[in-house]
Design a protein around this ligand. Structure first.
Ligand code: ATP
Length: 347
């Protein structure tokens, strides 16, 4: 089901939670609503669901205006962070619930319900837990069962509010991968809310970045990362070094290979992987001193202290593959030269 939101506005008293939101989501996408706490992500999700009414604007699902329609008529499934399963019901009965409460004329037979529940349990790879109660499951297993329960009634849109928020890091990582695979299999238009940019980038086919009730940018993860629309997005997604080319920085940036003509009043945003580090031959003119480094898995993050005026101690971060770092054979305190390959300039 495709989703079109036009001109959605929502105020809570004097506070504008959402400002003129226009958003189009084609059928079959897996979309992340990403932004800092309080930016309006959950409010927007609730408006799409019909759990909250917008003050103005339209919600169009599959070409039909559903703005005035009740949540139960929108064909939407939910998974919330603390959406408890029914504790007194087995896993099987939890998943069957939505089918068993259907009006008689739409309700499948018990045999068909059993077939469907087992198929869903196989899909979330937990059929062996079908007769357990929710208290006998891990957090990650409970979330997968909650997802199976939401899918049981064949929703046309799946909405997930911080679905993995309460779980520890390694379980979250597994579930991200798993959700993406599941989405490939089912292709249900899905929107999930997260404040974790890594999660959004890893799972979603489209990312919508929200800030203070407005959309800052929408695009594929690589678009957002490589072509941030503004300073907010650049800072929010991934790590970035920010340089304001005042007198001293202007010379420093210029000698690091970054042209700064016509950039007055702007700041340069440089991704750590766009900074190349070389051992300095002429230590007097070196750009920076190596302070420390951290292992980020396949990459090393290098912490450098910029050679700045009047003892200023600005830190610059660069990233490179492990192998390259080993070849440079650097020690703490070594002088280095930098070459900036790319920058985005913003006011
Ligand atoms: N019922 C309400 N009454 C008053 N203010 C509200 C209400 N619901 C939300 N808000 C406010 O609207 C803003 C957006 O809230 P929302 O829950 O959509 O943010 P969010 O981006 O999901 O945040 P978080 O990541 O912290 O969950 C917040 O400032 C919140 O305090």
């Amino acid at each position: 089901m495709s989703i079109i939101l036009s001109n959605i506005t929502k105020n809570f008293g004097q506070f504008a939670a959402l400002n003129n939101i226009d958003l189009e989501i084609p059928e079959g996408e897996l979309v992340a609503l990403l932004g800092p706490s309080g930016c309006g992500k959950t409010t927007l999700l609730r408006i799409i669901a019909g759990l909250e009414q917008a003050d103005s604007g339209r919600v169009v699902l599959n070409g039909e205006d559903k703005t005035e329609q009740h949540v139960s008529h929108r064909g939407i499934g939910f998974v919330f962070q603390h959406y408890a399963l029914f504790r007194h019901m087995t896993v099987f009965d939890n998943i069957a619930f939505g089918l068993r409460v259907k009006p008689k004329q739409h309700r499948p037979s018990e045999a068909d319900i059993a077939k469907k529940v087992h198929a869903l349990l196989n899909l979330v790879q937990l059929d062996w837990l079908h007769d357990r109660f929710p208290d006998q499951l891990s957090g990650g297993q409970r979330q997968r069962i909650a997802l199976a329960r939401a899918l049981a009634v064949e929703p046309e849109v799946l909405l997930l509010d911080e679905p993995f928020g309460a779980l520890d890091a390694s379980v979250r990582k597994d579930l991200r991968q798993w959700l993406r695979n599941l989405h490939h299999e089912l292709n249900v238009t899905s929107i999930f809310v997260t404040h974790d940019q890594e999660e959004a980038m890893e799972v979603a086919s489209q990312v919508v970045v929200l800030n203070q009730g407005r959309i800052e940018q929408q695009g594929a993860p690589s678009d957002i990362y490589d072509h941030p629309a503004n300073a907010f997005v650049s800072r929010f997604i991934g790590q970035t070094n920010i340089f304001a080319p005042d007198d001293h920085d202007a010379i420093w940036l210029h000698s690091s290979g970054l042209p700064i003509a016509d950039k007055s009043g702007k700041t340069a945003h440089v991704r750590p992987h766009d900074i190349e580090v070389q051992k300095a031959d002429d230590s007097a003119a070196a750009h920076a001193v190596l302070k420390d480094w951290q292992h980020l898995g396949a990459l090393i993050r290098v912490e450098l202290v910029k050679n700045a005026a009047q003892g200023e101690q600005a830190t610059v971060y660069a990233e490179m593959p492990n192998e390259q770092f080993r070849r440079l054979d650097l020690q703490r305190g070594d002088k280095v030269n930098l070459r900036i390959r790319n920058a985005h300039w913003f006011h």
